[in-house]
Ligand binder design. Sequence first.
Ligand code: AMP
Ligand code: MG
Length: 267
Amino acid sequence: MKQYLVKPDSTVKLSKWDPNDTGDFKGGKKEGQAEIRKLNAKLESLQELLFAEHKHKVLVVFQAMDTGGKDGTIRRVFDGVNPAGVRVASFKAPTSEQLDHDFLWRIHKETPGNGEMVIFNRSHYEDVLIVRVHDLVPKKVWSKRFDQINEFERMLAENGTTILKFYLHIDLDEQKERLQARLDDSSKHWKFRLGDLAERKRWPEYMNAYEDVLNKTSTDHAPWYIVPANRKWYRDLVISSVLVDTLEGLKMKYPESEENLDGVFIE
Ligand code: AMP
Ligand code: MG
């Protein structure tokens, strides 16, 4: 899955990244889903190990355009993990209290502790995406945030946090289909906001803002992955693989008991 990793200081053009890509995976949807089930079982045991070892912190960031699939990805990829050690933090438009602080204040409070895995559904990156596209703060404010984000993430990494960031890449046609599906199904109306249509009109501006994010904030300590996300099964497969590979790379071990259990006999 290395082909989806954004190298530090690259010059990504999103128009060159195919949202329908299925890489070198030989099978189709059915084979893909079987593979995802295997990876999911591995993820469950790795997460238990993470929790038991209580040493590493794991932060997984999801960003995407509306209908990009953040909710579905979280539901499927993390299916069956132990809720005692996994938490989702969703970031909406900031409250007035949050706006009274620096943009990382609300973010830092949600970061994982030892043994914990935290999933960000949207993140501090909104502060250089929607905030930039809508001129919510002046350029001289948001343009400094790329460095501020890199330094913040470096600090988290140096304090034991493994950070993975996924941009779910869909195209305008796929968004149209997914918005239409929401409109056609009254049980999905709660997800549909008329404002989403106004955002859709700004697609090129968002792509431009995303390109800056990917080019300026993919680092060795907090890399971005551009996930082809038109096909949901392939999206889930890429993310599950990266998660499992990364967690396996931590070489975690179950802790030994602090007491001597030799010869202990239960009556
Ligand atoms: P949803 O994820 O569909 O529930 O929508 C949440 C909304 O909150 C999206 O339109 C985000 O762009 C918006 N949002 C999240 N963070 C910020 C932020 N820092 N400033 C302004 N809007 C934000
Ligand atoms: Mg929405």
